[in-house]
Design a protein around this ligand. Structure first.
Ligand SMILES: [Zn+2]
Length: 438
């Protein structure tokens, strides 16, 4: 009973922390975009779009529909700021300022894609180094902010910070081991004493006793070493935990960037989806497919694996049996994905191999737990294929307009049901950024 209560309390804390993180990350991202917009000609539509996308995620933040996040929750009591912002980007505010639930359009993509577009526009598509560096700096800034926020939140809750709790347990464990060692040492001392007495008594066996003493010393050294190892282990454990936490607490932020190029084309980019839940991801992926944001080939490939209505949540993702729009990317297209902050190149995951025939360069059989289409590769290849005219031949014969329509209809049905689950009333349209691209 007590355990259940404890679990419930922890669940609520985790949830409230997620809520705080969402609000502050949303605030920082929108502010950053406004600053960048002032320095980047023709980028207003990106601020407009990120506002809409973030406000949308605020609406579906709570799976039960009890705790919606509105613009005023993100910007606090600063009325002048809200007024200034909402006069410039009036549509997103109009749609989301009221608490009464009205029908609204869906965003075509997740918020961080707008940030990527902003950096590409600011630096020019060929400056890959600067684009990746800008993203890395921003993500690191958010990661550190989130860590601090989490600490403050836990202190505020007056509960024992989780990290401390774990440390305390570790310390307790260590103390116990130390006690054991002390006891062993006492034993050894006594044995030594015995030996000393015996030594006095029996001069004859002196040599034998020396050997024994040596053994005991050796044992002591071993115990010291064990102590040292424990200390080291604790340090490693602490560092690992911190890395994990920095990674885990990201809201609205992508972890991977992808870069692609075809012959003499410009470089094109994409980021992994920055959504707040599996349902949110599913909604945005469907919107990217159906709204025309994604290039036709990419949308068709992703729709091939989009879950069917009767598919169970934990069931392995599978192809539709009536439609196959997957394709093999031509050798002439390069496509590389990198972890934004670690900068390491990422091996294409199973879904990217299934969708676009990307080749793995390291054996990796782990299936991505995210939805198909979540990866940076999808957005990146879509941007490239929208730019270069290249005929892509889907793999299978089951690719004809009728089957395609059936697949689209199936995706839309699942989308509508998912929207019902998260209590979002959709007007059947997709949000067009107000100031169009230059
Ligand atoms: Zn992937």
């Amino acid at each position: 009973m007590k355990k259940n209560k404890e679990r419930k309390r922890q669940g609520t804390d985790e949830y409230l922390l997620k809520y705080e993180l969402f609000k502050s990350n949303a605030f920082v991202l929108i502010n950053k975009m406004i600053q960048l917009c002032n320095k980047t000609h023709g980028s207003q539509h990106l601020v407009d779009e990120i506002c809409y996308s973030i406000f949308f995620f605020g609406q579906i933040f709570d799976p039960n529909g009890n705790l919606n996040i509105y613009p005023k929750d993100i910007f606090g009591d600063d009325q002048t700021f809200i007024e200034k912002l909402s006069s410039k980007y009036n549509k997103p505010f109009e749609y989301f300022h009221s608490q009464t639930s009205t029908e609204r359009p869906l965003p075509r993509r997740s918020p961080f894609s707008c940030v990527l577009d902003m950096f590409v526009l600011q630096n020019g598509p060929e400056d890959e180094i600067q684009i990746r560096k800008s993203l890395e700096d921003l993500v690191n800034e958010l990661k550190d902010m989130n860590l601090n926020l989490e600490k403050k939140f836990l202190d505020f809750k007056k509960g024992e910070p989780e990290e401390n709790k774990q440390c305390l347990e570790f310390k307790k464990d260590l103390d116990k081991k130390k006690q054991d060692l002390d006891e062993k040492k006492k034993d050894l001392d006594e044995k030594n004493k015995d030996l000393d007495e015996k030594k006095q008594d029996m001069e004859v066996t002196k040599n034998k006793l020396d050997v024994k003493n040596e053994n005991l010393n050796f044992e002591k050294e071993c115990l010291d070493l064990e102590k040292k190892n424990l200390r080291l282990e604790k340090e490693i454990w602490k560092k690992k935990d911190l890395d994990l936490r920095r990674e885990k607490k990201l809201e609205l932020v992508s972890t991977v960037i992808c870069v692609s190029k075809y012959k003499n084309s410009e470089k094109h980019y994409g980021v992994s989806m920055s959504t707040t839940s599996l349902n949110a991801g599913r909604i945005v992926i469907a919107a990217s497919c159906l709204s025309g944001y994604w290039n036709k080939y990419v949308a068709d490939a992703v729709m091939t694996y989009y879950p069917e209505q009767n598919q169970k949540k934990n069931e392995k993702k599978k192809k539709k049996d009536y439609f196959d729009g997957t394709f093999k990317l031509p050798e002439s297209i390069s496509c590389k994905a990198y972890h934004i902050t670690k900068r390491t190149e990422m091996n294409p995951c199973i879904s990217c191999r299934n969708l676009f025939g990307l080749k793995e360069w390291e054996n990796n059989l782990k299936e991505w737990e995210n939805n198909y289409g979540n990866c940076a590769e999808a957005e990146c290849l879509s941007n490239l294929l929208l730019d270069v005219s290249l005929e892509i031949k889907p793999e299978q014969h089951t690719y004809n307009p009728e089957d395609r329509e059936n697949a689209r209809a199936s995706v839309e049905t699942v989308l509508k049901n998912t929207l019902k689950t998260v209590h979002f009333k959709w007007n059947g349209e997709y949000y067009p950024p107000q100031t169009q691209r230059p």
